[in-house]
Design a binder for this molecule. Sequence first.
Ligand code: HEC
Length: 136
Amino acid sequence: MWRALFWLGVLWLGIAWALTACASDAVMPVGSGSAAPPGTPLAGDAANGKTKFAASCASCHGIGAKGITMLGKSLVGTAFIQNISDADLVAFIRKGRLANDPANTTRIEMPARGGDSTLTEQDLVDIVVYLRGLQK
Ligand code: HEC
């Protein structure tokens, strides 16, 4: 009798565990807007980031970074932005992406630093902080 109750308990715990696992999957699906990007968030000045973005990036990515067809992709709510850490995003903007890079999806070049060599490292961090603010 007690043995049966014990196994019933084990079974119940198993079901409870499976349900919790499913429930947490449902709350944070991969690529959803609510999931935080990986890595440590960088600190910076979003207002400066907005000014620099408008001057150096918006010509291709649009005001508000929503993207412009045949110029620059949207930087709001995309899987790329959601799945990259702040540090890696800074590194990406510093380097850009050549048109013949296998990761390039449009065959249009993303110039290093958006083609603006006057952008400082802190400007790049500030742009990333600004872009993160747009995701909310
Ligand atoms: C001359 C146009 C141009 C300028 C200026 C420009 N970009 Fe881009 N950017 C692109 C293009 C085109 C792509 C898409 C490349 C591809 O298809 O993989 C891109 C891609 C990106 C991506 C990756 C998006 C993704 O989903 O793969 C990020 C992030 C990005 N740009 C940020 C910036 C920032 C920040 C600036 C300003 C410092 C900037 N870009 C300036 C053209 C531009």
